[in-house]
Ligand binder design. Sequence first.
Ligand code: MN
Length: 293
Amino acid sequence: MKKTIRSLPNNSAGKDYVVGDLHGCFALLQRVLNEVNFNEAHDRLFSVGDLIDRGPDSLPCIELLAEPWFYAVQGNHEIMMLDFFQSYRRHGHLEHLKDVNHTGFLLYGGEWVEHYFQADKHRMSSEFDRCLSLIEDLPLIWVVGEGENRFHVIHADLVKPGYRAAESPVWLNSDIDRWLDEDAIPSAVAERLLWSRTLMSSQLVMQSHARFQPDLSPTFCGHTYAARPRQALSHICLDTGAFVSIGRFDDDTDADYGLTLIDVQASSWISASYRRDHLVRGELRIFNMPKRS
Ligand SMILES: [Mn+2]
């Protein structure tokens, strides 16, 4: 059975990195991994989901899931793709590539799958089939490490329904621990984990005093892009619009966007763009307590 919430121990051998929404921007990922001398034997890379669509190399981004050092959560684009191929996944037969379920998948960046459609065989290519099974298996939450080193990886946010009236506007470690114990995430929570823009599009993100939420470990997320990483209520949003930097809108401001990779323990980030040669760097305070070295 698919596990929607999974945990991993601390990485005692190497470093942990988290990367923002890839959206097929595989070349940018290679650039930032080279820059940090990513060590495939010891380091781990976490993805906040939305590996696919919009950018030039969706399939290579999915194929990363076969690597032992790569961990991702499901984003709404992965869910849209699984929904689009729901009948095909069951029956192995595809008459034509048409959005019969009206999921909007082809409209919102999924047209790249046409390249892998074998019309004469009424199916997708075998490499594409393999990628479909790789994304089926993704959880919605990764819980990594323990105590003051603990962090989470999700796609959108942990804002509660009715958050304005709630004592805490977001779910806390104790809630996440309960979901881990029960091996299940309530469906209303799952929906927000995939789709919510409540936190990152609100005023909360502008208020530095709300950067940390007591009793919620650092929670890396994506889904809503801005030119720089930003923090609110222990969420660290790493979606910095990698696909926008392709520059199809032919606008100079596109160069502000890019793909952001963060070194969790050092709390430093770098960002690469299709529209500039240099990398942009920055530092965040991710852990509330000062870290002992
Ligand atoms: Mn998304």
